[in-house]
Structure formats: structure tokens, C-alpha cells
Design a protein around this ligand. Structure first.
Ligand code: UD1
Ligand code: CA
Length: 459
């Protein structure tokens, strides 16, 4: 059967005490709903439908680039009513998988297992066994067979002792789902149209209902307040750290790494404590990342070393580069092999050739640096005249003395040397020493000024 995923996301999330709709609260830097959509997407469904209500425009805008069909639930009359809103655009011959915008850690494998036992005449649901199932609908069984789900507020004392709860996640054939949704009544403790009532209808119609117990409780946890959000963040962090370790990385402390994106790893990568990855990060073989490093959309070639407290963004590094400590690579930096960028060095749109070094206190912005260049401490490319950005070009083998101001546009020739403390405003020729310093003089007989003796006390 073709798969239609329906994600319920109409709830307000009052307990978040936030102006941001609940399903847009961030997990690893992205909306909760994005995580659900992304995990569901991996099942390659024929269509995905999101039922929205509160903060509708904001929710739609945040997921505008996703291919989703949106269904408005103007009033929150219950989960059954919510699913009903999506049904007009779901074809009868599909299998409907119901997910929740605030249950972000659900695993694709679990969903596959659920789908596998559902079909045109069979539904399945995901249950969870909890020490304290308070708040959950309870799974009422007779022997092994499921009879119905009873909501907490409608349950008799004996039913409240059942520890198997309803996760809410279900796989139901569309044709039957539509029929059952049409039969829902709201004569219950909450006056709501309960999706859960379809289980008893299925049993009555002799449709097979297979409950599957969730392999982990984490994946069915919902988010209702900021404390639960932090708990989910920690679980997600642990999950991503585990993925890195299973991919071969050695982590100094799996509890102190945040992966907010996708990381591709070579072999024998080492990552120290308090490292943050965002976007697409690629680490080659034997790369070592020091503590307190932030990498955002960065690729690092084999044997690269990033020393502590460095921040690298939208940059590409060849093999064997050594960066930091305290280095900053801003967007558009592209380093060849064996480049050294040391402490308090900032790069922006800088292309640096193989083996070149800028080891101390330097700014290279809009710069094209060749191979084997040495840039002395405290050198600055003056790339901005207040209106325009200009390029500084430094050719292969050049040696820039310490404390140079390279006023762009300017070119330093091949194998050229510039003297320390020079302000270079015109191109420096190949192979020669260029310097722009006044001659050093010493004034004979010069004395330090002395305080005048006025007799008055200074105030
Ligand atoms: C629901 C289940 C319960 C289950 C529990 C798991 C029903 C009747 N009960 O209870 O068996 O154990 O989830 O957390 O289904 N929503 C809408 N529109 C609505 C109502 C809800 O979109 O009109 C969305 C909410 O945003 C939320 C989800 O559906 O994401 C669940 O709603 P909630 O009110 O939290 O259901 P519970 O009462 O917790
Ligand atoms: Ca809930």
C-alpha cells in the first residue's frame, strides 16, 4: 500500500509559556516538527500531511521548503477530529501513519515495524510500558488481544493500574480510518473526538489490531514544557554522539558534544569535550578536534588538527592543516594542504595555498595567498575602504614581515619579502625586499620631560 503520513501539530503547547508554537520549539537547533518530518521522510511516503492550528502561518513558514500538504484544524476538538481534517487529501487505498509534531525522537525502524504489520484489513499501534503511565491512554487487553484504549480521564481505577500506555502512533488503512472517524462521538470525560476510540471499532469490525511495544521509551516521549524539551535535547544529543562513536569516532565525553546537523567521518577521528557541529561537517581520517571548537558547514581534510577554542564556518580545509588555538575561519575560507593558521588569526573569503602559514594575530580578508607563504605576526589585509571590498594577492613563497598593513587592492610578488612594520599600498615586485619604513633615528641629548616645581599641590 502507498504510505500517507499524517502529523498532528495543532496543539498550542500552553505549558511551554512561549510565543513560539510548540512544534517550532528547537531541538538541536531545528523545529521539533522538522525532526518528525525528516524521520518520516526516510520512509519515502507517497504524501505527508500536517494538521496545524495554533501559529499556523509561523508553522507553515518554518517548513515552507518541505513538500507537505497542510490541513487546518481551526478548533482543537480532539485527536480524532484532527486526523479527520487531513483525510480529504488522503487517498482511500493508502496506509495512514499517524505521527505527532511534538514526539520528535521516533525511530524510522520502529515505524517500519509498525507499517509491516498493517495492511488493507489490519491496523497497528505503538504502545509503551511505563513505570508511571499517568496521562497516557491505557491499552486494555483480553488475554493477549487488544480490546480498546481508555483515556486516563475516562478510566476506571482498575484500568488506571495498567502500565501499558498508548503512544498515539498508529498505522491504519485509510478506507477504514475514514469510516471509523465518521463514527466517533465526543461523549466522554473531555468532550473530545478521541482517535483512540477507533481501536474498539476495529475490534468490533473484526479488523486485526497489532500492538507493538516501543523498543525504547525515549522515542515516544512527547514535549509539553521546557523541562521535557531539555530532556529530549539530552536524549537526542546522546543518540547523535552514539552515531559518531559507532561510525568510529573517539569522543572524550559523549555527553559534551552537540551535533546539530550531519557529520561525515573518516577513520580514527578524535573529538575532545564541548565541541559543537552545525550543518554539514566532514572530518577526514585521523582529524583531531580540540575542546570548545565550533564547526559550522566545514570540511577538514585528513590529519587536520583544530586546537581548542576555534570557530570555523563555511570553510574547506585540505589535508594536514593545523588551526588555532583561538582561530576564526569565516565563510569562504579555502585552505590547501598543510596550512597553519594560529592563535588570534581571522580569515574571511581567504584562499590559502599549500604549506602557507599565518601563525599569530592576523586578519586575512578577501585574500588570495599562494603556496609556501609566511605571514608575519600582526599582519592585516586592509580590504575595506569604507565602501568597497578589495582583494589582496600574495604569490607563492612570499614572506610578509610582522605588523604589515596590506592595503588592497595590492599584490605581493612571488618570493617577495616585505619588511616588518610596512604599510604596503603598491604592488611589491617578485623576489625583492620591499619596505615602507622611516629610517630609525636616535636623538642625542634628549631628556625625558620632568614635572615643573610650582610649589602648589596638584589636585
Ligand atoms: C493522547 C492520546 C493518549 C496517548 C497520549 C500520548 C487521544 C485521545 N489520546 O492523549 O491515548 O496516551 O496522546 O501522548 O488520542 N492534537 C491536535 N488537535 C487536537 C488535539 C490534539 O493536533 O484537537 C495534537 C496535539 O498537538 C498533540 C497530540 O495531538 O501533539 C496529542 O494531543 P494531546 O492533547 O496531548 O493528547 P493526550 O490527551 O495527551
Ligand atoms: Ca500529550
Amino acid at each position: 500500500m502507498k504510505l500517507a503520513v499524517v502529523i498532528l501539530a495543532a496543539g498550542q503547547g500552553k505549558r511551554m509559556k512561549s510565543d513560539l508554537p510548540k512544534v517550532l520549539q528547537p531541538l538541536a537547533g531545528r523545529p521539533l516538527l522538522w525532526h518528525v518530518v525528516t524521520r518520516a521522510r526516510s520512509l519515502e511516503p507517497a504524501s505527508m500531511h500536517v494538521v496545524f492550528g495554533h501559529g499556523g502561518d509561523q508553522v507553515r513558514a518554518a517548513l515552507a521548503h518541505e513538500n507537505l500538504q497542510w490541513a487546518l484544524q481551526a478548533e482543537q476538538l480532539g485527536t480524532g477530529h484532527a486526523v479527520m481534517q487531513a483525510m480529504p487529501t488522503v487517498s482511500d487505498d493508502s496506509l495512514v501513519l499517524i505521527l505527532y509534531g511534538d514526539v520528535p525522537l521516533i525511530r524510522a525502524d520502529t515505524l517500519r515495524a509498525l507499517i509491516a504489520v498493517a495492511g488493507p484489513k489490519a491496523m497497528s499501534l505503538l504502545t509503551v510500558v511505563l513505570a508511571d503511565p499517568t496521562g497516557y491512554g491505557r491499552i486494555v487487553r483480553r488475554g493477549k488481544a487488544i480490546q480498546r484504549i481508555v483515556e486516563q480521564k475516562d478510566a476506571k481505577p482498575a484500568q488506571l493500574r495498567i502500565r501499558e500506555g498508548n503512544s498515539g502512533i498508529m498505522a491504519v488503512p485509510a478506507r477504514l480510518l475514514k469510516k471509523w472517524l465518521g463514527q466517533l462521538r465526543n461523549s466522554n470525560a473531555q468532550g473530545e473526538y478521541y482517535l483512540t476510540d477507533i481501536v474498539a471499532m476495529a475490534v468490533k469490525d473484526k479488523v486485526k489490531v497489532t500492538p507493538i511495544v516501543a523498543p525504547t521509551t525515549a522515542e515516544v516521549l512527547g514535549v509539553n514544557d521546557k523541562a521535557q524539551l531539555a530532556q529530549i535535547e539530552a536524549l537526542h544529543r546522546a543518540e547523535r554522539a552514539r552515531e559518531l562513536m559507532l561510525a568510529g569516532a573517539t569522543l572524550a565525553d559523549p555527553a559534551r558534544i552537540d551535533v546539530r546537523g550531519d557529520v561525515a567521518l573518516g577513520r580514527d577521528v578524535f573529538i575532545d569535550a564541548n565541541v559543537l557541529f552545525e550543518g554539514k561537517v566532514t572530518l577526514g581520517d585521523r582529524v583531531r578536534i580540540g575542546s570548545n571548537v565550533v564547526l559550522r558547514n566545514v570540511s577538514i581534510g585528513a590529519d587536520g588538527v583544530i586546537h581548542p577554542n576555534s570557530v570555523l564556518e563555511q570553510s574547506e580545509l585540505g589535508a594536514g592543516c593545523i588551526i588555532g588555538p583561538y582561530a576564526r575561519l569565516r565563510p569562504g575560507s579555502k585552505l590547501g594542504a598543510g596550512v597553519h593558521i594560529g592563535n588570534f588569526v581571522e580569515l574571511k573569503k581567504a584562499v590559502v595555498g599549500d604549506g602557507s602559514k599565518a601563525n599569530h594575530l592576523t586578519y586575512l580578508g578577501d585574500a588570495v595567498v599562494g603556496k609556501g607563504v609566511n605571514i608575519g605576526a600582526g599582519t592585516i589585509t586592509c580590504n575595506y575602504d569604507g565602501v568597497n571590498k578589495s582583494t589582496t594577492t600574495i604569490d607563492d613563497g612570499a614572506f610578509i614581515g610582522s605588523g604589515n598593513m596590506l592595503v588592497a587592492p595590492v599584490r605581493i610578488g612571488k618570493e617577495a619579502t616585505t619588511g616588518a612594520g610596512s604599510t604596503i599600498t603598491k604592488d611589491a615586485p617578485d623576489g625583492k625586499l620591499t619596505l615602507t619604513r622611516g629610517k630609525q633615528t636616535t636623538l642625542e641629548g634628549w631628556k625625558r620631560p620632568e614635572k615643573k616645581q610650582t610649589g602648589k599641590k596638584e589636585t
